[in-house]
Design a protein around this ligand. Structure first.
Ligand code: NAP
Length: 364
């Protein structure tokens, strides 16, 4: 590859490696890179040895899967890890040693001191020192915080109550295949035998499949949201109370959020604040019942925000101002919740001037 080749338009010195290219997040990352015009010749699609030599779609072309190994990162400028924590722990240091920047989608490094945990609309400045390793937050954390960041900047945030309705693809390809197989079985009137999840996922709603802490009753997904939010917003004492649930939806997570602002706000102010935020799209038609849904959010980069209303359970003052506000949010967790956020981080690392375009309040 030479300077002047068109992958330099992405700002990358060296090629781009997508580790976990056969998985749901990896495939989405390839699709976003292709949409951004990164030539196929600039991209390595990497997976486990068992998939080596197979093809994976890249725009209108096909990339040959390379097996993850000792020499995977030679000449690589950016490695986007879309695999397991174990893979990230074992191979991210190798990629860094070979000179690459690493953006990791797993939870391996998210809470590690010194590793920036980044949602570009919130804390792109954490990338200013151009760290070799940056972590992508959990998909629910990204969706929650990117939705609330404009309100935090305008009014402050004192606390959050949250219920999630999480798509099955959030657990990866094997989980999605289980949903599809069970949906066919249900339609055919055949019995369902759960394999990936402990519960049937078709025609069912169940508490998030992550491990539950015996002492507190909090599950792993809820703990990630709590700890990651506190790290990203640098607020150790923030009150945040999530309940995470899986629903039989293929793709895109939904969240019912009640946020307590730092000061009272009127509805017009809250709406205006959300409407001008880059990366958000207000979908809130009370007469036409047009509100965020996973079906509307699927395949989109924006987070859909609607059902904007003062919390009916708490006081609204005489001028209609309230501290507690309810929102319903849907977003494609494979895009903004994972691959897109990771690629935005990579783009800033490669080209720090991009940080400005993502800051809330500035034109996108
Ligand atoms: N799904 C989501 O919505 C979402 C959102 C945010 C973050 N994440 C995180 O992103 C990561 C990927 O999630 P996913 O949903 O895409 O999972 P997935 O569909 O199960 O894909 C996993 C990928 O990891 C690769 N892999 C596994 N073991 C490997 C090994 N030993 N060497 C090389 N590659 C290996 C797999 O390759 P093979 O095909 O060769 O096995 C596959 O490409 C996970 O850490 C997940 O927690 C996921």
């Amino acid at each position: 590859m030479h300077e002047g080749d068109s992958c330099w338009a992405f700002g990358v010195s060296g090629s781009i490696a997508v580790v976990g290219a056969t998985g749901l997040v990896g495939r989405e990352a390839l699709s976003i890179l292709a949409e951004r015009g990164v030539p196929a010749g600039c991209v390595h699609a990497i997976a486990s040895e068992r998939r080596a030599g197979e093809g994976v779609t890249y725009g209108g072309e096909s990339l040959t899967i390379e097996s993850l190994g000792e020499v995977s990162f030679e000449g690589v400028g950016v490695a986007i890890f879309c695999a397991t924590c174990e893979v990230a722990r074992a191979h991210a240091p190798r990629a860094i040693e070979a000179g690459a920047f690493v953006v990791d989608n797993s939870s391996a490094f998210r809470l590690k001191p010194g590793v920036p945990l980044v949602v570009p609309e919130i804390n792109a400045d954490a990338l200013k020192a151009r760290p070799r390793l940056a972590a992508n937050p959990n998909c629910s954390t990204i969706i929650l915080l990117a939705s609330l960041e404009p309100l935090r900047r305008c009014f402050g945030i004192a606390g959050i109550d949250l219920a999630t309705y999480q798509a099955i693809s959030g657990a990866g390809l094997a989980a999605l295949e289980e949903l599809n197989a069970q949906t066919r079985s249900l339609a055919a009137g055949e019995p369902i035998t759960p394999a990936y999840f402990g519960e049937p996922c078709a025609g069912n709603v169940f508490s998030h499949d992550s491990e539950v802490e015996i002492l507190t009753g909090v599950n792993g997904e809820e703990r990630k949201i709590i700890e990651e939010t506190r790290k990203i917003w640098c607020d150790r004492s923030l009150r945040i109370s999530p309940t995470c649930v899986r629903v039989p939806v293929e793709r895109a997570h939904t969240q019912a959020i009640t946020v307590e602002l730092g000061r009272t706000a009127g509805e017009a102010e809250v709406r205006a604040c959300l409407a001008r935020a880059p990366g958000l799209c207000v979908v809130d038609d009370r007469r036409g019942n047009g509100f965020p849904t996973p079906a509307k959010a699927t395949g989109r980069d924006e987070i859909l925000v609607g059902r904007i209303r003062p919390d009916p359970g708490t006081p609204v003052d005489d001028s209609g101002r309230a501290k507690r506000w309810c929102l319903l949010v849907s977003a494609d967790q494979l895009r903004k919740g994972a691959a897109l956020n990771a690629i935005q981080i990579a783009e800033i690392l490669m080209n720090p001037a991009r940080e400005r375009a993502l800051c809330v309040g500035e034109a996108s």
